[in-house]
Design a protein around this ligand. Sequence first.
Ligand code: FAD
Ligand code: NAP
Ligand code: SF4
Length: 684
Amino acid sequence: MLPANVERDGMSNYPHLLAPLDLGFTKLKNRVLMGSMHTGLEETRDWNRVAEFYATRARGGVALMVTGGMAPNKEGGVFPGAAGLFTTEDITNHKIVTDRVHEAGGKIAMQVLHAGRYAYGPECVAPSDIKSPISPFKPKALDAQGIEKQIADIVTAVVRAREAGYDGAEIMGSEGYFLNQFLVTHTNRREDEWGGSYENRMRLPVEVVRRARAAVGQDFILIYRLSMIDLIPNGSTWDEVVTLAKAVEAAGATIINTGIGWHEARIPTIATSVPRRAFTWVTKKLMGEVSIPIITSNRINTPQVGEDVLTDGCADMVSMARPFLADPDFVAKAQAGKAELITPCIACNQACLDHTFSGKMSSCLVNPAACHETELVLTNAATPKSVAIVGAGPAGLSTALAAAQRGHKVSLFDKADEIGGQLNMAKQVPGKEEFVGLVDYYHAALAESSVSLFLGQTVTADDLTGFDDVIIATGVMPRDPQIAGQDGPNVLSYIDVLRHKAPVGQRVAIIGAGGIGFDVAEFLVTNDSPTEDLDAWLTEWGVGDPQNMRGGIRPEGPQPEAATRQVTLLQRKAQKLGKGLGKTTGWIHRAALQMKDVQMIGGVNYEEITKDGLRVSFGETRDDPQLIEVDTIVLCAGQLPERSLADALIAKGVTPHIIGGADKAAELDAKRAIDQGTRLAAQL
Ligand code: FAD
Ligand code: NAP
Ligand code: SF4
């Protein structure tokens, strides 16, 4: 929420981003689009909840929002039961959403998403019967009649969107979905009028736009999401992209939005290790080729980045999706000249995409109220209390800010000289630079709040008298793996490496392959973070200019910088390393380390550490004993709750609230710490 007295001076900071855009029949109040996200909200059929999600963002000032993808028919749904506007009742329900958005002064377009061979079900259809590498289902190749039915269903969905009160529709033509599948020979091997030449392959998307425009009339926003760089073998050439853009414009699109990479591409496109605005240069190539507005997207997460993108002439508008989960008031805060108070999306995917792909409701690591707007509400406290919070990691910080927002008098203590707790180690890891922005945000938010902050204070139970509530958020301590020889000078903990920057040898063994083991490995093999250097990152992942190579794939493939150390990552479990990492990002961490020749060994017993390295054996019978010759061994063997203060308080008869790592260290992450802290504050 914005403080009441802030000056509205953002326009001078972001003149391009905040400028209106005239579409002729309607005007957008600024150049910010909230991109489509599948949150799972529509599937709850709790229309008040769906409406509140979008209305909250409309109140926050975004010019236009796009809903999650709505299926045009059963076979095109991303998964069985995917939401769509199939009945009159569906239209009535969606009207609840559009009315609420309009009352809030916003505009909203409905995305029509036909998944084609990405539809997770045996009924899926596609131009040809070629299975996708990311789906177990082989699609049925459509006959001519089947194609006509798909076009008619997509157009009907667009018409129903208009009936439901939407200001427009986005036709999803990128990311390797149905329309995209027609465009490239990778998935379209047809020999009829819908395949073969490019003119034939682009016929379907163009027909969809042409017929949709004819059906809805001129005064309805039609966005076409166009894949600008497929990042797959045999993807579109740049000439084809331009040809399609022109054809889509001629067919009646109002705006062209950018899609980057097919879902099956093995190149990250939105993860936190992708540099900010990594692909806006691709969209820029289309500027001037068409006369309708063009939107760019991917890894734009601050008003300044958005402004820079527009100033550089990369697009007419910017699309941000996850940043609106992180902060619904993104635009309002930019307008108010308070960008530092925007809760930043750190592109972690942990509570949004990882949830979606696990069949769970989306939310946001930094904003647990996202998609829970009707349930997690920070009301003014009936009786303001004095609250002591010990520990200014994510658990303590989120509790402090939320409690203060409710009117409680909060004192926040940390023994360290800085806020952030373990986030200060996370931000050292190459590819995790977004954590710097998160800690900066907490600084700004604390400064703006009424929280009294006491740093450099190791709090004892005796210090915590006289408060109405005491909250222990003291985090964790490293687990002691009790390996013979671990007291030697060649053994370090992850804290020594990341926090104290202890010298590390050339050959390293890492004990423990959880999130921290992987991060330490990345830290030890990387010199300069490619996330901070776009050219280096594009080279590392083998991304090239689509004008010179089909789909933007370099023929030579990924070309990472050589590893700065020789690292072996170990775990006791006899399973693939990194299995517990994020559902949508684990493959990136694994691929990044494999590119740097990190050895990954599972199923080991740690026998002994000597001056020459680490002795291991395998299996219950302790087979195949061997010495891994290394200079340094780094312990990343998990964590235990730091509860000494909580225990001391309980011994004195005080019952504190215990949150974050201090509560439970197993499978703890910042998502759980922040969620738990915010929910506790909501109830104080
Ligand atoms: P902490 O962050 O540990 O904070 C506890 C605080 O309490 C500390 O600041 C400490 O100084 C203070 N304290 C302790 N005792 C006292 C006392 N007696 N008096 C005063 N102050 C005290 N999580 C993710 O979700 N995503 C990631 O990508 C991710 N990456 C990570 C990478 C690394 C390298 C590390 C180390 C962690 C990572 N994590 C990540 C985990 C995440 O940082 C933790 O889960 C989270 O910080 C736990 O929050 P917390 O507030 O419970 O504890
Ligand atoms: P973790 O994920 O629980 O991993 C601990 C590792 O130590 C495992 O590989 C485990 O594997 C090993 N281990 C456990 N007990 C051991 C013992 N007694 N001796 C030797 N090895 C042992 O914990 P973490 O890596 O410390 O991470 C802490 C938390 O931070 C995690 O819960 C994680 O969610 C969070 N985090 C998240 C991210 C992210 O990207 N989302 C990144 C970093 C950290 P074996 O038992 O098989 O040996
Ligand atoms: Fe961004 Fe992470 Fe929140 Fe998703 S969970 S919106 S990636 S901060």
